[in-house]
Design a protein around this ligand. Structure first.
Ligand code: WTA
Length: 572
């Protein structure tokens, strides 16, 4: 009998000296036979119930006003079945994209699992996105249904006018008995009060689409990275080996499932392991975060450098508040050495940096327990992953320790994205020779530790969230005063980077502080608070190549006090 409480024997993830995922051992640990279908939604909820552990705590949820709800794995099973069956009643079928446009409410988790059980594709979007950001992503994915709450439904309604493929808007927070004000093509589902429904999950396999995560690039619109049910093998392996998570742990991942960390390690990895997740549906507050860790006796904590820098600025925790913590990891942006050392001193242990991307689906490079940390380094490739630093011109691995180059990985690995939705060419452009190019620059030292150097494109990483300059520039152009604009990153002591815009005004407009504020607010209200420029310079003209392409790189270099470099090659 497979005991889900027991950690599977540590699998030999190196195969005869050749790094490769030893997927056989991982399958065994998850009770999956390689030739038999499975379903990721069922694996994360029903599996433990079948094994007699349905009463184990899966989710401890608390919101900003202190309301607390606990859910077992059996609750996950029941409520996700209700979601799957009700979505099927609405005509949603396998392969349809269903958007989760929700704060971190319990239904986000139930519906996510239900969508997977049905074989539909979950499309989580950050609930702070405004109508424009939402519409672009729903249009690109040709989304069939959006699940949301009263708080966000107006944004969906205004985007929907131009989305003929959107059949249903589903509200989760209509109280039973209340007369909901539902428009045409709108309905309400309340999984916790609905009668139980039996549902047979779709028999999926490793390559069945599971999730579409939108991420930003330098050019064009955001792209939907297509993930699959089989990604769980990578997420399970790294949750065990990097996050060091065990079934008896109480784990807190501060990332929102609108971003990949919040699904790979805020849903899939931890529930594949069978651990209890604590979810705090509230904004940042250092004292409340420390109280949350203490109250729920959190043992493993996964967060991001911006949050750590915000903790560093706040009064320290009381010694007894953090006694439960055993391991802490960080992801999403460069983790400065000062943050690692501060944590060691004030929180009693260092943060272990981890590196990965929406496209990789799972952690690729990490500091892991047992490996001495070099503060400022991302650590080493995880077992099964072969990383390289490539020369920018030849795309051959650079051999000189410490020499910067393009950070690349040798495919495949189970959680790697299988495409950008309807953007095959962009997907193909990410592969050169034997490697997948991350779009980041890095170096590797003589001990095999990897160091982050910077991005190799114009994407802005603000507080760990990627913002595409093109999307910001497009939003700016919709403001009546803006003739031309460029968006670049500007260093920020807390958020790592923030958006800065250079704007050429239309005739008749004069630059002023008032106009600056108006433009900032315009982006915040239409696109997203993350994309809002924190600084605006009004300029007479933008630097361009002879063919008229804006030289963002030059503006960025100026902001970072870096040499502008040779721009002749950019002249196209
Ligand atoms: C950056 C988030 C430095 C990097 C999981 C990457 C990092 C992008 C680190 C992916 C790190 C992620 N140190 N930079 N440890 N981790 N990044 O797709 O530029 O939202 O390409 O996935 O964040 O962001 P994404």
């Amino acid at each position: 009998m497979n005991d889900p409480h027991a950690l599977p024997a540590v699998a030999p993830l190196f195969n005869g000296g050749q790094p490769s995922y030893e997927t056989g051992a991982l399958r065994l640990a998850l009770g999956l036979a390689s030739d038999k279908p499975f379903n990721l939604g069922a694996l994360l909820s029903d599996r433990l119930c079948v094994q007699g552990h349905g009463d184990r705590l899966a989710l401890v949820w608390e919101n900003h006003s202190g309301l607390r709800k606990d859910f077992t794995f059996d609750d996950l099973r029941r409520y996700s079945d209700v979601w799957a069956a009700t979505l099927a009643d609405l005509g949603i079928v396998a392969g349809d994209r269903v958007c989760l446009f929700l704060d971190r409410v319990p239904d986000l988790y139930f519906a996510f699992l239900g969508i997977l059980k049905l074989g539909a594709v979950a499309q989580p979007l950050f609930s702070q996105f405004m109508a424009d950001a939402l519409e672009v992503r729903l249009a690109d994915a040709d989304t069939r249904a959006v699940i949301t709450t009263a708080r966000h439904v107006e944004k969906v309604r205004s985007a929907r006018v131009r989305l003929p493929g959107l059949s249903w808007v589903i509200l989760t927070d209509v109280k039973p008995g209340a007369a909901p004000v539902l428009g045409k093509g709108e309905t309400a589902i309340n999984a916790e009060t609905a009668p139980p429904r039996a549902f047979t999950p779709l028999a999926a396999n490793d390559d069945t689409p599971s999730l579409l995560h939108y991420t930003s690039g330098t050019t064009g619109r955001p792209k939907g990275a297509q993930h699959v049910h089989g990604s769980v093998l990578s997420q399970f392996a790294t949750t065990r080996h990097v996050l060091d998570l065990r079934p008896e742990d109480v784990y807190w991942c501060t990332a929102d499932p609108g971003w990949v960390t919040g699904t790979s390690y805020g849903i899939i990895g931890p529930w594949a392991v069978g651990a209890t997740q604590a979810v705090f549906e509230a904004g940042f507050s250092a004292p409340r975060w420390y109280e949350f860790i203490a109250r729920h006796r959190v043992t493993v904590f996964y967060t991001a450098p911006t949050a750590i820098r915000m903790l560093m600025k706040a009064p320290p925790p009381a010694a007894e508040q953090l006694v439960s913590l055993r391991h802490m990891c960080s992801v999403g942006e460069p983790l400065n050495p000062a943050a690692v050392l501060w944590a060691e001193r004030v929180m009693g242990r260092p943060f272990y940096d981890t590196y990965w991307q929406t496209e990789t689906g799972a952690i690729m490079i990490a500091n892991v327990p047992g490996l001495p940390i070099k503060p400022g380094s991302m650590g080493k490739p995880v077992p099964g992953i072969e990383a390289a630093i490539l020369d920018a011109q030849t795309h051959q691995p650079v051999t000189k320790p410490g020499a910067p180059g393009l950070l690349a990985f040798r495919p495949p690995w189970p959680s790697m994205f299988r495409g950008y939705f309807k953007a095959e060419q962009t997907y193909q452009s990410k592969f050169v020779g034997a490697y997948y190019l991350t779009g980041d620059r890095g170096s590797v030292d003589s001990d095999g530790y990897y160091w982050f150097v910077g991005r190799d494109d114009d994407v802005i990483n603000t507080a760990g969230h990627l913002v595409g300059p093109f999307e910001v520039e497009s939003a700016l152009l919709r403001h009546p005063a803006v003739a031309e604009s460029a968006a670049v990153s500007k260093p920020d002591p807390t958020f790592g980077e923030v958006v800065k815009s250079f704007i050429v005004l239309r005739p008749g407009y004069a630059g002023s502080d008032e106009l600056r504020l108006d433009i900032m607010n315009f982006v915040r209200k239409h696109l997203s608070p993350l994309a809002m420029p924190h600084a605006i310079d009004f300029v007479d003209k933008l630097p361009k190549t002879r063919s008229g392409k804006i030289l963002r790189r030059m503006l960025r270099a100026q902001e970072w006090g870096e040499p502008v470099g040779d721009l002749s090659s950019l002249d196209d």
